[in-house]
Ligand binder design. Structure first.
Ligand code: AMP
Length: 383
């Protein structure tokens, strides 16, 4: 019997899951390594209904993969890892589907590092570590950008001189694995919805929205980088580019300081001055916390209108991600006074995060997203 491992490597963490391969992958365990690079890296694992955590000392991504391997020994119980699936943030314009990773493709992905300098190097470090650990396993890359390659040109371009588009300065879109999962789930639970007009709101620490028609992404709020669109835990979301010119000219900010500002000090954290965590903000009675939530909701409502216009209407709205799946308050605020577009919430269904939380013409759903399963399926197909 063989198993599939999925790896989702960030700057200081690696999320992983392991599946038994077969007709469909079956989850055995999930976990993550956190605080890589610090003195107290930790590995947590959920297996057979139990959650365990242990320190693994100071280590890098390769050490993290080694620790995952050791922790998975009892889970694998003699199964060999026949395939490893990797979440890779950027596939550029090269990849519109998962791909088996060979040295030529890895070189191509390496050349995309300038497009995603904060994520791509860690993704590729995990691939190298996994190749070393499982030399006989198929390694599959699954891209956050791939689902959006169906966008029409008007949604992919900026109004800059054309040469920049040809140089790759265009809107790629992200969170594609989540949208692919949701699109598949809609197909499963209600095939008629799936082929109509859907907007998905992936609201987590990273947040974006996507308009889907006939199972294909038509437009999304994230663009060239994962900064655009909605405000996020610590990222600013849509920003007038003139602000950056001002920051450089008047505040003397250089590239490093601007990057740090936009990625790590903005969004819910920057607005509230309290936290990037929605649970903390919802529990706070401070005005700044409420204002941060209000801004988040306001931007979601604006984008909802814009995305519905991009696909000429709305039949289904899906909430997913940590906030979308759990925050009845955010969902209620987003859907308030939306009868003009056909949205009416069922307050009790919303309170309990039921599968369908609407009573109006537009079906509003809560779907728990599962990016790892999308990756595992892509590997399973290749075994
Ligand atoms: P994610 O990045 O998808 O794991 O989502 C993380 C975000 O979801 C954080 O802002 C959490 O505060 C938020 N979140 C998780 N559970 C809840 C909850 N029960 N109510 C409100 N927000 C939540």
């Amino acid at each position: 019997m063989s198993a599939i491992l999925t790896l989702n490597a960030g700057s200081s963490s690696i999320k992983f899951s392991v599946y038994a391969s077969g007709a469909a992958p079956e989850e055995l365990a999930i976990g993550q390594v956190e605080s890589l690079g610090s003195d107290d890296a930790q590995l947590s694992l959920r297996w057979q209904g139990e959650k365990t955590a242990a320190g693994i000392g100071k280590t890098d991504h390769a050490g993290g993969v080694a620790a995952i391997l050791a922790a998975l020994e009892p889970v694998l119980d003699g199964r060999t890892v026949a395939g490893v699936g990797h979440r890779i943030v950027h596939g550029g314009t090269l990849f519109d589907a998962p791909v088996a990773l060979d040295s030529e493709i890895l070189s191509a992905l390496h050349r995309l590092i300038p497009l995603a300098p904060l994520h791509q190097p860690h993704n590729l470090a995990a691939v190298r570590a996994a190749i070393a650990a499982f030399p006989d396993a198929v390694q599959v890359g699954c891209f956050d950008t791939a689902f959006h390659r169906s966008h029409p040109w008007v949604d992919d371009t900026f109004a800059l001189p054309r040469e920049y588009f040809d140089k790759g300065i265009r809107r790629y879109g992200f969170h594609g694995l989540s949208y692919e999962y949701i699109s598949g789930e809609l197909d499963r639970v209600d095939p008629t919805d799936h082929h109509r007009k859907t907007v998905v709101a992936h609201l987590g620490n990273g947040a974006s929205m996507c308009a889907i028609q006939g199972g294909k992404s038509v437009a999304s709020t994230m663009g060239f980088t994962a900064l655009d669109g909605l405000p996020m835990g610590t990222r600013c979301g849509q920003l007038d580019p003139g602000v950056l010119l001002y920051m450089m000219a008047q505040e003397g900010m250089d590239h490093t300081r601007i990057r740090e500002l936009l990625y790590t000090r903005s969004g819910l954290l920057g607005l509230s001055g309290i936290s990037n965590d929605m649970r903390v903000l919802e529990a706070s009675d401070r005005r700044e916390a409420k204002q941060a939530i209000d801004y988040f909701v306001f931007r979601i409502r604006r984008e909802l209108g814009g995305l519905a216009a991009a696909i000429g209407g709305l039949d289904t709205l899906v909430f997913c991600g940590g906030i979308g799946e759990n925050s009845a308050r955010v969902r209620a605020q987003v859907c308030a006074d939306m009868d003009w577009i056909g949205i009416a919430l069922d307050p009790e269904a919303n309170r309990t995060s039921a599968d369908v939380i609407s009573t109006g013409r537009v079906k509003v759903r809560v779907i728990r997203t599962d990016e790892e399963l999308v990756i595992a399926r892509a590997v399973n197909m290749r075994l």
